[in-house]
Structure formats: C-alpha cells, structure tokens
Design a protein around this ligand. Structure first.
Ligand SMILES: Nc1ncnc2c1ncn2[C@@H]1O[C@H](COP(=O)(O)OP(=O)(O)O)[C@@H](O)[C@H]1O
Ligand SMILES: Cc1ncsc1CCOP(=O)(O)O
Ligand SMILES: [Mg+2]
Length: 288
C-alpha cells in the first residue's frame, strides 16, 4: 500500500529537484564550451552584436549568415539555426524559409524568435509559415506568444516589447506547443517553457535585462546553442539556457551602474561562470 506521505505528495524533495537542474545546466554549459556548436543566426540588425558576443561568451561559435545564395552550402554544416524576424524584409524571408527547410531536412534543430509578430500581417503570415517548417523551439516574450498562439493581432501590442506577463501566456504557450510540435518558451520574470503538457519555470534573471535591447534575441540564440548539445532533451536544454543567461545577468548586476554596464558585465559573467555558481544558483522548477 502507498505510504500516507506519498499520497499527500510529501515524497517530493524540492532541494533535490533544484540540485538536479543546476547540475544539468552545468553539464550543458560545459559541453557548449567543449564542443563550441556552430550556430547560424539569421537575425535582426539590432541584435547581431549582442547575440554573437553572448554566444561567444557561452563558448558557442556564432555565424551571421543570411544570404539565400549561401544557405545550401552553409546550413547543413551548422549544429543549430536561429531565425529571428526582428527586422524582417521581403529580401530576407526567402533565406529564412530556405534555412528552416534545409535545417529540418538535415535533422538540425532550429529556433524561431517571432519578434513583434503582431506588428503587421506580413510578419504574422511569415511567422505562421515558419512555424509550419517545424522549429524545435519557439521563444518569444508574452505578447508575442499570445499573438502567435491565437494567430490574430493584439492591437495593444507595443512593437518588440511585451505588454503582458509570462504567466498570462502559459495556456497560449501550451496550445502553441501542441499545435506546432515545438517546445514553446515565454520569457519574463519567470521564463516559462512547455512541450504542451509539462510546464517548467526558470527563475534566474534581473528586471533590468528588459532595458537592454536584444537580450531576448540573445537568449534565443543561447537556446539554439544548448539544444544543439542535446536535441532529444530540448525542453530541459531550453530551461537551462534561460537560467544560465539569467544567472550571468544576476552576477553582472552586482557590478553594473545601469543597462549599458549591465550589458558588458553580463557578457563577462557568462564567460566566467563556474561550476559552484551554476550548481548552487540555477533556479528551475516544474510549474505543472
Ligand atoms: N522581470 C524580469 N526579471 C528577470 N528577468 C527578466 C525579466 N523580464 C525579462 N527577463 C529576462 O530578460 C530576457 C529578455 O526577455 P524579454 O524582455 O521578455 O524578451 P524580449 O527582449 O524578446 O522582449 C530573458 O532572458 C528574460 O529571462
Ligand atoms: C528594437 C528592435 N526592433 C526591431 S528588432 C529589435 C530588437 C528586439 O530585441 P528583443 O526582442 O530582444 O528585445
Ligand atoms: Mg524579442
């Protein structure tokens, strides 16, 4: 017969769960540093610098390759692809579609960042088309995930920034995950990651990250690097990437005077993360 404590759910041991996530995050970060996964980034002009530097600081190898003429040669050689529609144009959309198709064909995981998806019909249609090309992960802020999930425009959207909290988007994220087959990740004070059934929360980070442009873009690229290491465990790798990035920001915040210096200290801290800090401070837990 089941013990009384187990029936009440008292068999759960929260500290052990935390420790498991910290160790997993460290294993993945170490593997990124050792294997330096090549991450092809088709991203917006605003984010290129921070994204490439964040990937380098984590130990990955960034390549901002977006010409349609290079996709056939380059994309199959990458370990993961990042597609971000932040400065979408008619000229770049065919490259995004071709890279997503080539990645899926080569069994290479790719991640979609649907920046400001509800800003225009062009963007929404483009993102819906990309979702159909089987991303492994879709990462957006709450407004973006709400917009993409319902596939109808949110009129109060403020462009690339969110006007919602991540916890408001949990059900939308679950339904988008079920519809697309992707892991869906919503950034915020709690980063919410779901496969449509399980929901995990990553709790590291500081609010000032929202005052640095392209932190969302950068964490999406870091997710690409992490899932390249362990594609079968994409949900876990996504949560760990969020917490590693958030932890770097927490450490950076101890030295920062404002957003500009946080940006610098965050990159330094990401580069210098050690085993003790990661295993003791990564804060991830199951929400459901
Ligand atoms: N209130 C917050 N507290 C802590 N970290 C946050 C907060 N809001 C956002 N973040 C972090 O900032 C980064 C960017 O998230 P967000 O601002 O939601 O994305 P975007 O830049 O795409 O709008 C993520 O790593 C997220 O975890
Ligand atoms: C401001 C801006 N405009 C087009 S892309 C972009 C950067 C968005 O970065 P993030 O989504 O990480 O805030
Ligand atoms: Mg964004």
């Amino acid at each position: 017969m089941m013990e009384a404590s187990k029936r009440r759910g008292e068999d759960r041991d929260p500290p052990k769960v935390e420790a498991r996530w910290g160790r997993r995050a460290w294993e993945l970060l170490e593997a990124v540093r050792r294997r330096a996964p090549l991450v092809q980034c088709i991203t917006n002009f605003v984010s290129m610098d921070l994204m490439a530097n964040a990937l380098l600081a984590a130990g990955a190898s960034p390549a901002m390759v977006h010409s349609l003429s290079e996709i056939d040669d380059f994309t199959p050689r990458a370990d993961a692809i990042l597609i971000n529609v932040g400065t979408l144009s008619d000229g770049w959309l065919p490259s995004m579609r071709a890279a997503a198709t080539a990645a899926t064909r080569a069994g290479c995981p790719w991640v979609l960042d649907p920046v400001a998806v509800s800003a225009s019909d062009f963007r929404l249609e483009a993102c819906l088309g990309l979702v159909g090309l089987r991303p492994a992960v879709i990462r957006g802020n709450p407004s973006e995930i709400l917009g993409l999930s319902s596939a109808c425009r949110i009129r109060d959207s403020k462009g690339a920034d969110s006007s919602h909290e991540s916890m408001d988007a949990v059900e939308a994220a679950k339904s988008l995950a079920q519809a697309s087959g992707a892991i869906v990740a919503v950034s915020g004070a709690v980063d919410v990651i779901t496969d449509g059934q399980q929901v995990v929360g990553a709790n590291n980070g500081v609010a000032m990250m929202q005052k640095i442009t392209a932190t969302g873009c950068a964490v999406t690229a870091l997710i690409a690097a992490f899932i390249a290491i362990d594609p079968p465990n994409t949900l876990e790798a996504t949560a760990c990437a969020f917490s590693i990035f958030g932890l770097a920001a927490e450490l950076g915040m101890d030295m920062a005077k404002g957003p500009a210096s946080l940006r610098m200290h965050m990159i330094d801290s990401l580069h210098g993360l050690d085993e003790h800090t990661v295993t003791s401070r990564v804060n991830i837990s199951f929400i459901t």
